[in-house]
Design a protein around this ligand. Structure first.
Ligand code: ZN
Length: 187
């Protein structure tokens, strides 16, 4: 589930690009004090996507789906962002539900990630790493697949035997780690 594990979409921007971005998008979500909102500038517009000089949107990868949210360009009505992905030039495209008008390049924009959804996804991502670590360490179970969602997530292991008792053990061990972490963080 590390970055670049194969899940990252690198399909380019098959939208009939009208204005080409030339510089990789600054990924604000990698910074320690990152937030869920950001001020940015539109650098490229395609039929169904926008690119900005910087973004707080996670473009998907490592099994974690891309963020959704909204963007407001200037004082226009907010546009719904349904997904995001990075192209081979590391430009992050924000897919819009409706077509953006073309003359947005250079205009200031306010990006806003769907925070509740992102937090649910990152929480699942973290707990699956804990589960993965324990399954491998204690049972020799190698991960073979993962699907991170908002309401539920799935992880696949190659195990010699799977039983209800083993599942209960795994659950107990994962929850023990989470309890320790909660206490450490004063939650
Ligand atoms: Zn991961």
């Amino acid at each position: 589930m590390g970055r670049g594990a194969g899940a990252q979409v690198r399909a380019g921007a098959p939208y009939g690009v009208e204005d080409r971005a030339t510089v990789a998008t600054t990924r604000l979500y990698l910074e320690p004090e990152h937030g869920f909102e950001a001020d940015a500038r539109v650098v490229a517009v395609s039929e169904r996507a926008l690119a900005f000089d910087r973004t707080c949107f996670y473009p998907g990868g490592g099994g974690q789906p891309a963020d959704d949210g909204t963007v407001r360009v200037g004082h226009d009505e907010p546009l719904e962002i349904v997904s995001a992905h990075a192209d081979r030039d590391e430009i992050i495209w924000h897919l819009t539900r409706s077509s953006p008008v073309a003359d947005l390049v250079g205009r200031p924009a306010k990006l806003c990630v769907n925070k509740a959804r992102r937090l649910a996804l990152t929480r699942y991502h973290t707990v699956l790493h804990v589960l993965n670590t324990i399954a491998l360490r204690d049972y020799g179970g190698w991960i073979t697949g993962v699907q991170i969602g908002v309401d539920q997530s799935r992880i696949d292991f190659k195990l010699d035997a799977l039983s209800a008792a083993l599942c209960a053990e795994l659950e107990e061990k994962v929850n023990a780690v989470d309890d320790t972490r909660s206490r450490a963080e004063g939650r």
